[in-house]
Each structure stands twice: as structure tokens, then as C-alpha cells.
Design a protein around this ligand. Structure first.
Ligand SMILES: NC(=O)c1ccc[n+]([C@@H]2O[C@H](COP(=O)([O-])OP(=O)(O)OC[C@H]3O[C@@H](n4cnc5c(N)ncnc54)[C@H](OP(=O)(O)O)[C@@H]3O)[C@@H](O)[C@H]2O)c1
Length: 148
């Protein structure tokens, strides 16, 4: 499987990306902190790609997806593990904070699989073994679209 993991420089995305690479999938790791992506790619497997990307910048995001598609020879699955959640009482969140949260958590997820790539076929993906992930109560669904 050729997988892109967005938000792969730390946390869940890093865990998923490294595990996919270790189990033999071809993986591209995306996030803003390139040095961390390079470290994660080394941990994953030879050939794992590290690509800098800011999901709040649509052109950066689309360029990164294109680079990943070219490097992997296509994309079968995209994991969007990017997420921010500023911790503060709600009255202390200003409009800019809300915009950043929406741009990162919602709009970025919508623009990552850029529409100019063709969604070709569904694929079931079994979950990787993250140390802190909860056991699934149901089998994985039909899974991610493929991008070619
Ligand atoms: N950890 C858990 O157990 C858990 C459980 C349930 C839900 N969640 C949710 O899952 C999401 C991720 O959690 P996490 O613990 O993995 O967080 P995390 O360690 O902070 O990871 C967030 C990832 O998103 C990337 N990111 C943030 N802003 C970005 C941007 N503008 N462009 C590109 N990449 C960006 C970060 O990389 P850069 O900073 O390098 O860009 C990082 O790789 C959050 O929404 C969280 O609420 C987490």
C-alpha cells in the first residue's frame, strides 16, 4: 500500500506512519517540522519520504501531495492525523484561534486529498499497532480511497 500520513511529525500520525513503514508499506510523512519527519522516516523504513507541508496553506498542501504521489507512484490511502486543540478557557479563545483550529482540523482535511487526483478504488486497511491506541470494537471499514 502507498500511504500518505499528514501530521506525521509527532503523536498519532508519527506512530501510524512509522508503523506502516515498518510493516512494509510505502509511506510519505507530511507535517511542518521537516527535521522531525526525517527522523520518523529513518525509524520507519528506507525509502520512506519526508515532505514539509502546512495544511493551512492550500498551495503548500497540494504541492506536498503531488510530491508524495510522484514519489510513491500513486496514493492508495491518506491518513489525516493533523489536529490542534489549544487548551484554554473558552472565553480566552479569540477569533484567530478559532480560525487556526478550523483551518488545521477541518479545512486542511478537506483540501489534502486535492480533487484533481482521481479517487479510484476503495481498500480495507488494518489498523497499525500504536502503543496507546484503544482496541477496535469493529473491523476496519472499506477504507481509504486510492489517489493516482
Ligand atoms: N494522542 C491521542 O491519544 C489522541 C486521542 C484522540 C484524539 N486525538 C486527536 O488527534 C489529533 C492529533 O493528536 P496528537 O496527539 O497526535 O497531536 P500532536 O502530537 O500535536 O500531532 C499533531 C500533528 O499535526 C501536525 N500539524 C499541526 N498543525 C499542522 C499544520 N498547520 N500543517 C501540517 N501539519 C500540522 C503536527 O506537525 P507540525 O507541528 O510539525 O506541523 C503534528 O505532526 C488531535 O486533534 C487530537 O485531539 C489524539
Amino acid at each position: 500500500m502507498r500511504a500518505v500520513v499528514v501530521g506525521a511529525s509527532s503523536g498519532l500520525g508519527r506512530c501510524i506512519g512509522v508503523d506502516l513503514g515498518r510493516r512494509g508499506d510505502q509511506v510519505a510523512l507530511l507535517a511542518r517540522r521537516y527535521d522531525r519527519l526525517v527522523d520518523a522516516a529513518k525509524e520507519a523504513s528506507p525509502g520512506t519520504l519526508a515532505i514539509a507541508c502546512d495544511v493551512t496553506d492550500e498551495s503548500s498542501c497540494q504541492a506536498a501531495i503531488e510530491e508524495a504521489a510522484a514519489g510513491l507512484g500513486g496514493i492508495d490511502a491518506l491518513v489525516y492525523a493533523t489536529g490542534i486543540g489549544p487548551l484554554a478557557p473558552i472565553e480566552k479563545h479569540d477569533a484567530d484561534t478559532w480560525r487556526r483550529v478550523l483551518e488545521t482540523n477541518v479545512i486542511g482535511a478537506a483540501v489534502s486529498p486535492t480533487p484533481r487526483f482521481r479517487i479510484s478504488r476503495p481498500r480495507a486497511v488494518s489498523p497499525p499497532t500504536c502503543p496507546h491506541s484503544a482496541p477496535r470494537s469493529h473491523p476496519p471499514g472499506r477504507g481509504s480511497p486510492a489517489i493516482t
